[in-house]
Design a protein around this ligand. Structure first.
Ligand code: NAD
Length: 326
């Protein structure tokens, strides 16, 4: 049985493609696993289903997992910790975050003291000795000078102490990456909802990011539910027009006997300049489908038709964080 399982894993890691993550020396699967759904952020999630989803992702060749203390207010990290218990540490590259602990301005704290304590708390919840990638979470809600002068140096100390290996920043407005990278060095950036069927604005920033040598991580290929038949949760920040047009594209695909989510995953992972694309789900069947889709080419004609439907809302965006960071 054990031998059978290991042959299964070898086969899947041969099918999965891996790309270098900037200059970290890490090779990450082109499709990776986002654990926010383990915190029940999209719907109430059964913990066992969540754990099975993590195991399925790893068995299918995914080797990069992203989480945050913010997701489900520590629930996602706690469930992920349970899922990773007993799994060989070299089977996964683990990324989590610091600085965001809720939704209001007061729930962000990028001070050296808080982020240092946060890493210890995450290590505990995740049940590991080292976090591979620690990221400042949604920096547009913070003071970018503080990120450069206080937060990143505090994380570098944790690197020296062996608690974390690499450092990154995450955020929604693309402007924040340019700002911070003009004054500091980080190993990775994580952008979300900016490289998917309805929004490819990350493309414009790629030459700058490549010049800086950072690893490029793109999250939310399904635009946090816009490109799925279930649609979006109530907190989804997209303007109504974007939700309506994406719903039209979902219906169009259904009428053609296709699934817009399939096209969306295929589109997102196809760009070789993006090291990995993080998709979130707490459903083992969905992660299995996502991996299968990531390993096949899109239907080019349907892709053209869907992009035409989405054209009126292409790159339509929303505000996130402080006005000066948008
Ligand atoms: P996503 O685009 O991956 O969409 C997730 C939604 O799609 C969920 O409702 C999920 O149930 C559904 N879904 C997944 N697979 C499906 C399938 N095969 N068929 C139908 N529906 C499917 O958005 P996301 O989860 O927000 O992003 C992925 C991950 O990226 C997150 O879990 C998180 O780890 C990371 N992320 C980070 C940031 C940040 O750091 N600021 C922001 C967004 C996302």
């Amino acid at each position: 049985m054990a031998q059978c399982l290991s042959s299964f894993r070898i086969l899947h890691s041969l099918l999965m493609q891996y790309r270098p993550l900037g200059q970290t020396g890490l090779n990450v699967s082109v499709l990776s696993y986002g654990a926010s759904p383990l915190g029940s952020v999209f719907r109430d999630v059964n913990e066992n289903d969540g754990i099975r989803t993590v195991h399925t992702a790893l068995d299918l060749g995914i080797n990069f997992i992203d989480v945050s203390p913010y997701y489900g207010l520590t629930k996602a990290e706690t469930v992920l910790g349970k899922a990773l218990k007993g799994i060989a540490r070299d089977r996964y590259i683990l990324a989590t975050k610091v600085g965001r602990y809720g939704d209001t301005g007061g729930d962000f704290d990028f001070s050296a003291e808080r982020v240092t304590r946060s890493v210890d708390e995450s290590l505990q919840r995740l049940g590991v000795d080292t976090i591979d990638l620690i990221q400042c979470h949604d920096i547009e809600y913070g003071d970018l000078n503080q990120i450069v002068d206080e937060t990143l140096p505090a994380l570098e100390k944790l690197c020296d102490a062996g608690k974390v290996r690499f450092i990154g920043i995450t955020g929604y407005p693309l402007k924040v990456f340019r700002e911070v990278l003009s004054h500091a060095t980080v190993d990775t950036i994580l952008s979300y909802c900016h490289y998917s069927l309805n929004d490819t604005s990350l493309e414009e920033l790629l030459p700058f990011l490549e010049e800086k040598g950072v690893g490029i991580i793109s999250a939310s290929p399904l635009s946090m539910g816009l490109l799925t038949s279930r649609g979006t949760p109530s907190w989804h920040p997209a303007p109504a027009e974007l939700k309506e047009v994406c719903a039209k594209a979902v219906t169009y695909c259904q009428e053609c006997g296709a699934d817009l989510s399939e096209l969306a995953v295929q589109f997102a992972v196809a760009n070789p300049r993006i090291a990995t694309t993080i998709v979130g789900t707490a459903n083992p069947e969905n992660i299995r489908k996502n991996v299968e889709w990531a390993q096949s080419a899109p239907d080019e004609e349907l892709l053209r038709e869907v992009r035409e439907i989405l054209r009126p809302v292409q790159n339509l965006t929303w505000m996130s964080g402080r006005a000066e960071n948008n």
